[in-house]
Ligand binder design. Structure first.
Ligand SMILES: Nc1nc2c(ncn2[C@@H]2O[C@H](COP(=O)(O)OP(=O)(O)OP(=O)(O)O)[C@@H](O)[C@H]2O)c(=O)[nH]1
Ligand SMILES: [Mg+2]
Length: 363
């Protein structure tokens, strides 16, 4: 495992997307674009719920080069406060929407594995739930899955929201990272929203609190500085084979991604405590014809009142959730979808271990 190098900062010198930085890359590595492959997302057994999603329309990465170096392989874990932009960055790097993203904190509830493949490198990346103080068993499970991902990584990306200063939430993340000896990159995210001059005091502040292998101001939304981030990350990887096919994006079963897409729309359509009190599971995915799939899914809430909010006046809210989710699912699966949503009340499911297991939130 390479030792952390003393911190240096990329991408503050020019207004445009910076080119790769000079000098301090460890070893020699060529970074090439993730291979762009298009094929059916359904894989071998449509609707089985166990096939990996495998369509890729990536365009986010640097220019292709011939493979001149030994192939490298490594893994990266994302960590950070809720809402910092971990899932946005994860999707950007994977090149497709796999993780759901909302403006509400604690959106991600489990670890999500993604695969990024270049000509002579491959990276496994783990999205994680945001670091927070757990209030229930779900929160505890979320924090465990965040910590688990750190154990499996060669490099850690600590993502912070550059529009916010250092606070107690960030202190909690640094506490978690205090025992970590693998390289930690600090990513100051959302720089599309801040003046670059404002980043310098922030970088100074963070650098005094911990030593980072590297600091990158980035935008997970626009991709600013992400090619440079990839180059530097791969320079920390060891020689290793390609473990996954170039067109694999994740090991998440389709059934789980479908449930997550529905949850995203349900979170966005509801307010106050409802987004946190809901979860989604897919009951059935069944091909009716080669080009049409029936999907039956259940949105679980904790109380009758929440069910009323979820359904809305004359069913308007759940109908809207279904329409929006269907579009994303059709894009994911590449076929037409008939989506049927049901609402169910399960009292205190967030504190019930059996419920959490049933909903795939606890292993
Ligand atoms: N402008 C801007 N918005 C961003 C950027 N990255 C993320 N966001 C927004 O920030 C919000 C939170 O993004 P997520 O990716 O869900 O954050 P997260 O860290 O995964 O959050 P949790 O899953 O709750 O831990 C969403 O509204 C994103 O659109 C960025 O680089 N620029
Ligand atoms: Mg997330």
């Amino acid at each position: 495992m390479p030792a952390p190098v003393s911190g240096s900062v990329s991408g503050l010198s020019s207004g445009a997307t910076p080119r790769s930085e000079s000098g301090s890359v460890t070893g020699s590595v060529s970074v090439s674009a993730p291979e762009s492959v298009t094929r059916s997302v359904l894989g071998k057994e449509p609707g089985s719920g166990s096939a990996s999603v495998s369509e890729r329309t990536s365009g986010s990465a640097p220019v292709s080069e011939a493979a001149e170096h030994a192939h490298r392989f490594g893994s990266v874990a994302l960590i950070g406060r809720p809402n910092a932009g971990k899932s946005t960055l994860f999707n950007y790097l994977v090149g497709e929407k796999v993780a759901i993203v909302t403006d509400k904190p604690q959106t991600t509830r489990t670890g999500i594995m993604g695969i990024i493949t270049g000509v002579d490198w491959q990276m496994v990346i783990y999205d994680t739930p945001g670091v927070h103080i757990p209030k229930d068993r779900l929160g505890k499970a979320m924090m465990s899955s965040a910590l688990d991902a750190l154990e499996r990584a060669d490099v850690i990306y600590y993502i912070t929201d550059a529009t916010a200063g250092f606070g107690s939430g960030e202190a909690r993340v640094l506490e978690i990272l205090s025992g970590v000896t693998i390289p930690v990159f600090l990513l100051l995210n959302k720089i599309d929203l801040v003046e670059k001059a404002g980043l310098l005091p922030l970088i100074d502040d963070y650098s005094q609190r911990r030593s980072f292998a590297h600091i990158f101001p980035i935008s997970a939304k626009t991709g600013d500085n992400i090619p440079e981030l990839l180059t530097r990350t791969i320079s920390f990887f060891s020689e290793g084979p390609r473990y996954y096919d170039a067109d694999e994006m994740t090991d998440q079963p389709e059934r789980i991604i479908v449930a997550e897409f529905i949850r995203e729309k349900a979170i966005l359509a509801t307010h106050e405590e409802v987004p946190y009190a809901l979860t989604v599971y897919v009951e059935k995915m069944e091909l009716r014809r080669a080009d049409l799939m029936d999907i039956f899914a259940v949105i679980v809430v904790e109380r009758q009142g929440q069910k009323g909010i979820l359904i809305g006046k004359q069913g308007a809210t759940i109908k809207r959730i279904g329409e929006l989710a269907r579009k994303d699912i059709e894009e994911l699966l590449g076929i037409k979808v008939n989506l049927k949503l049901f609402a169910q009340v399960r009292d205190k499911w967030r504190n019930n271990v059996n419920n959490l297991r049933d909903y795939g939130l606890l292993t």
